[in-house]
Design a protein around this ligand. Structure first.
Ligand SMILES: [Zn+2]
Length: 97
């Protein structure tokens, strides 16, 4: 029967509320109407405008491909009004072991 049609492939719906999705392959350009899209507003003050900033990660010499300590910029966005960075914009937090 058709019992296995929803096996697999349906995962990933609850992995965060951000707009980030896997990019569709090739040139499947979807026409997006900005009016249909959900605004992302600052979770602190509600401002809808953001400014690009960079966080920086330090790569220790032990894991660096060059064998030297490196600093890697991680672009993210902060509220232009109050400077708050929404959780979905935050660069990957370092895992505490
Ligand atoms: Zn704000």
């Amino acid at each position: 029967m058709s019992k296995n049609y929803n096996k697999g492939k349906v995962i990933g719906m609850n992995s965060g509320k951000g707009p980030k999705r896997d990019k569709p392959g090739l040139n499947t350009q979807v026409q997006l109407n900005p009016e249909d899209l959900k605004d992302i507003a600052c979770e602190n003050c509600g401002c809808k405008y953001f400014r690009q900033v960079s966080a920086f990660k330090r790569v220790s010499a032990l894991v660096s491909p060059t064998g030297k300590e490196q600093i890697v910029p991680v672009p993210t966005f902060r509220c232009d009004e109050c400077g708050f960075i929404n959780e979905e914009f935050r660069p990957i937090e370092q895992k505490t072991k």
